[in-house]
Write a protein that binds this ligand. Structure first.
Ligand code: ATP
Ligand code: MG
Length: 384
């Protein structure tokens, strides 16, 4: 009898001819997730098995696997021979000695001498005889023992289905460049695109020396948390201090945010094209703050020439975003009080519905191209 971890995949099974492509990406990502553990991974009839791990590492391995997109459910199971004695030995280890239970059985191997119902009856009977205070409750049991008789002469005996990350394997849906601030929203936006299989690199704008090293460390930490789901990421940082100073000096203060946003989007698109990313991703949500009105989005969007700008949070309420942030493990870091660049030079009254002609008039006071070129001289890459 061997203890194994079973991983079952989600939407991949819907794929037809190119299923192999999705399966290979999924397997690569699973291997990556468990590579720091002493264990092996193999695939059998559409499921993946982690084996030969240290018993005391089980929870840690599960935590890693729960971050791999494409996994539907995960179970810790005993793999045994298919005779009832062996199955019963495994079931005993999974049973509680008291309370209510049921047995659920299925057969991949249709030649097995007992039907599913017979397996459940036989095993249930043995458990009842062994644990004298157990009772059967098929409707609302306090635990379930599950038996799966496979074609290759093994039985899998397990108790629970652990919810996987679902979605599609990262690496199957192109690459995006996430505009990563130090806030709550953008890490969640990156997480959501990774969930649909996208590779995500990150771009962060800072205003050093107005923003400090702690602000940078916070963003590195957020990218690190995100990278557990995105199977690694590259974090690029670009300094925009000189741009904020130029806007501050030459333009009306209420356009600071709008104008800065347009610079960010221009720089982001150019950088995305440089690194082969196929879209920009932001954490914007309609109406959340002054710059996220449809007019504000139109203004920043209009400087992006070829790439789509994906805003996976556009229809989400803040509390829905926070819920996801907590769930992905980013929230505690996101709420640390270090400023990213946007809070420096903040006007008292930002333009809420900026008009194109006003924006263009203000922007014409600046040497846009020179400012962008200067920004690119500060770019740094951190591999995470
Ligand atoms: P977040 O919680 O992601 O910071 P927010 O609610 O603070 O979002 P804004 O500050 O208006 O919203 O930013 C909107 C989006 O613009 C962010 O989600 C992010 O994608 C991008 N962005 C804002 N500031 C930066 C920055 N300093 N570097 C990179 N991207 C940024
Ligand atoms: Mg922010």
């Amino acid at each position: 009898m061997e203890k194994v971890i079973i991983i079952r995949y989600s939407e991949i099974y819907l794929k037809g001819k190119n299923r192999g492509f999705f399966e290979r990406a999924f397997e690569t990502n699973l291997r990556r997730a468990v590579k720091s553990f002493d264990c092996t991974l193999d695939k059998q009839s559409g499921r993946y098995f982690v084996r030969n791990f240290q018993e005391e590492e089980t929870e840690n391995v599960i935590e890693k696997l729960k971050k791999v997109f494409g996994a539907h459910t995960i179970s810790i199971a005993y793999e045994t021979a298919t005779d009832m004695d062996s199955i019963f030995e495994a079931a005993k280890l999974l049973s509680r000695s008291t309370g209510t239970f049921k047995v659920e059985s299925q057969r991949g191997d249709k030649k097995y001498p007992l039907t599913s119902i017979e397996i459940s009856k036989e095993l249930g009977g043995r458990l009842l005889a062994y644990f004298k205070t157990l009772k059967v409750d098929v409707h609302d049991p306090s635990f379930t023992v599950r038996v799966d008789i496979r074609e290759n002469g093994v039985a899998l005996v397990f108790a629970d289905y652990i919810e996987g990350a679902n979605g599609m394997p990262v690496g199957t849906a192109g690459k995006g460049l996430l505009l990563l601030s130090g806030g709550i929203d953008s890490p969640v936006a990156g997480h959501m695109m990774a969930k649909r299989g996208m590779n995500v690199d990150c771009l962060h704008f800072h205003s050093y020396p107005y923003t400090n090293m702690q602000a940078k460390e916070k963003v590195v930490e957020l990218a690190t948390i995100l990278s557990e789901y995105t199977c690694g990421t590259n974090l690029y940082t670009v300094k925009v201090t000189h741009i904020q100073e130029a806007i501050h000096e030459k333009c009306k203060p209420q356009y600071m945010i709008t104008l800065l946003r347009r610079f960010m989007y221009r720089i982001a698109e150019r950088h995305a094209l440089n690194i082969g990313a196929q879209c920009l991703i932001t954490g914007e949500s309609l109406g959340q703050v002054a710059s996220q009105t449809i007019e504000g989005m139109t203004s920043s969007n209009s400087v992006v020439e070829t790439l789509p700008v994906l805003r996976p949070l556009v229809g989400f309420d803040k509390n829905e975003i926070i819920e996801r942030s907590v769930k992905m493990g980013a929230y505690e870091t996101s709420i640390l009080p270090f400023e990213d660049c946007c809070t420096v030079f903040l006007p008292d009254f930002p333009a809420i519905r900026p008009q194109t002609k006003d924006i263009l008039r203000e922007e014409s006071k600046l040497d846009v191209e020179a400012l962008i070129e200067e920004a690119f001289t500060s770019i740094e890459k951190i591999k995470i």
